[in-house]
Ligand binder design. Structure first.
Ligand SMILES: *[C@@H]1O[C@H](CO)[C@@H](O)[C@H](O)[C@H]1NC(C)=O
Ligand SMILES: *[C@@H]1O[C@H](CO)[C@@H](O)[C@H](O)[C@H]1NC(C)=O
Length: 506
């Protein structure tokens, strides 16, 4: 795949490459294509320069050429008379163990996409209060297109701007995945079968005002308007009246467009994997009563996957003598402390996406020289956790003619948090080994209940055919949608973006 940028020249400009001395050129519609490690600058007259770095100076407008596939990539647009340094795309690709402020992070993400164009795609889901892009880098053997039947997963870091280790771990993870694809069979299997969407920073404004070396405290925790983004989501148990922030709105729209099967939200200030629910129906509850989901076995397993692959999390390290030590390094969110408007409950209740909150460092923003240690501590956890998206059941819901049924409602019997099929009729559900019943319901079809078994070694493939209901079969659905006991979520009121407003890799 090639990144193509067309440059409309509006004034004289100069470019230089490492192969040629400065040259001047006057013209329109020059194509700069950057493919792999050797950038290329081709001019209208057919001249082509290849070099390690290309820089273009002076007045011009440039915009990435979109095509149906590439329109999902970052839309690059440059205007005016300032300098564009294409070095950002073409410098030798590398990452250091140091903190990446917004500009350095952006540069790294662009370098990764320039260096590994067939494994990565960069897109922005929106902007922070102060106008910084909320970058997401997809790492996958199919970065631009959803792979039919294969799960999409995500990691979100730095939702609290001062919890900085999370941000650097995700940049290191990107680096690890792209550089090990060719040589590491696990990484290759993971990227061949999963699309991993990585958002290193959900709160880039907060990060910019945070201070390296600051282990505790709240400077930079909030977004630029002072809102805690992990208290800013719709809540299943309690009304959340806090004004929705642009960062939260962007994430809500994003998760409404891509059906994520598994997610990790990375935090700092503790060492524990904390699983839903974060909130509780009991309004008087303060501390130490768990608020468990019907998928508690799965959530415990996911949290343990992270903690036991971590170098020390499962030892139940207590960060300070006054702090709780967590048995095996996991906790139920509400049992630790209940909160309203958290992101993990929202992901699970609204979209059936299993998200766990991963607290990856006792110190929120330790000195940069400690980063290699944090990476070593978390590396195996970050990799193994993602593979859990391939556990359980997956398949398609189709009609008698084999056509996919979109938005069929599914529920694993006795687990009353439902989920839906994608537009290709796909579904996934992480489950531990056992025998289950899947309840499937779609408007206009006869509901079905299908028994299936889940084993440890591989996901169970299950295709469900629904038959069109005859008029007399339009009885009250025995499979409720949404399910009865805990879930009566109305997600139709969520703002749904028009397809032409924003495009994500699907
Ligand atoms: C470039 O395009 C502009 C507008 O289309 C035109 O006015 C100008 O003469 C062109 N310059 C060259 C060098 O072709
Ligand atoms: C399930 O359905 C999908 C899509 O229709 C198809 O590609 C796949 O081969 C089917 N799998 C089985 C086991 O029938």
């Amino acid at each position: 795949m090639k990144t193509v940028i067309s440059i409309l020249v509006t004034a004289n400009w100069l470019y230089s490459t490492s192969l040629a001395a400065d040259l001047s050129y006057i013209g329109n519609k020059t194509q700069v294509s950057i493919a792999g490690p050797s950038p290329r600058l081709s001019l209208d007259d057919g001249t082509t320069f290849v070099g390690d770095s290309i820089s273009v100076n002076a007045g011009f407008q440039a915009q990435e050429v979109s095509d149906p596939v590439n329109s999902l990539a970052e839309q690059r647009k440059y205007e005016g008379g300032s300098n564009l340094n294409l070095d950002t795309f073409t410098e030798p690709y590398t990452i250091d163990f140091r903190y990446h402020n917004f500009d350095r992070m952006t540069k790294f993400l662009r370098q990764a996409t320039a260096r590994y164009p067939s494994l990565t795609a960069l897109y922005s889901i929106g902007k922070s209060v102060q106008g910084r892009d909320l970058w997401v880098l997809v790492v996958s053997a199919s970065p631009y297109e959803h792979m039919l039947g294969k799960p999409d997963v995500k990691y979100i870091g730095n939702i609290h701007g001062n919890e900085a280790v999370s941000r650097e771990l995700l940049l290191q993870l990107i680096h690890y995945l792209v550089t090990n694809y060719a040589t590491d069979s696990f990484v290759k299997w993971l990227l061949d079968n999963t699309r991993i969407h990585i958002m290193p920073s959900m709160n880039p404004d907060g990060f910019e005002v945070s201070k390296e070396g600051s282990c505790d405290g709240t400077q930079g925790r909030y977004n630029a308007r002072g809102f805690d983004l992990n208290r800013n989501f719709p809540d299943y148990f309690k009304q959340n009246n806090r004004r929705a922030q642009p960062e939260t709105e962007a994430v809500k729209e994003w998760v409404s467009k891509i059906q994520f099967v598994l997610s990790g939200s990375l935090h700092g200030g503790a060492l524990v994997a904390s699983y839903p629910f974060d909130n509780t129906p009991n309004s008087l509850q303060s501390y130490s009563a768990p608020s468990l989901t019907p998928d508690d076995d799965v959530f415990k397993h996911l949290a343990l996957t992270y903690s036991t692959n971590h170098v020390k999390m499962s030892r139940g390290v207590s960060c300070k003598t006054s702090q709780t030590a967590f048995r095996r390094g996991i906790t139920n969110g509400a049992e630790w402390y209940p909160l309203t408007g958290g992101m993990q409950d929202f992901n699970y209740v609204w979209y059936g996406c299993m998200e766990v909150t991963l607290e990856v460092s006792c110190c929120k923003y330790p000195p940069a020289h400690e980063l290699p240690k944090y990476w070593e501590d978390n590396k195996a956890s970050l990799l193994k956790y993602l593979a859990e998206a391939h556990r359980g059941v997956q398949g398609f819901v189709v009609d008698e003619n084999g056509n996919p049924i979109e938005k069929a409602s599914l529920k694993v019997k006795s687990r009353d948090v439902g989920f839906q099929t994608t537009k290709y009729g796909e579904f996934w559900r992480i489950l531990l080994p056992g025998v289950y019943k899947l309840e499937v319901y779609a408007d206009g079809y006869v509901p079905r209940e299908v028994e299936f078994m889940v084993v440890e070694q591989h996901p169970t493939l299950l295709n469900v055919t629904l038959h069109t209901a005859k008029p007399w079969q339009y009885f009250d659905p025995p499979v409720t949608s949404p399910p009865k006991t805990i879930l009566s979520v109305d997600n139709t009121n969520l703002p749904v973006a028009q397809d032409d407003q924003i495009q994500f890799p699907e």
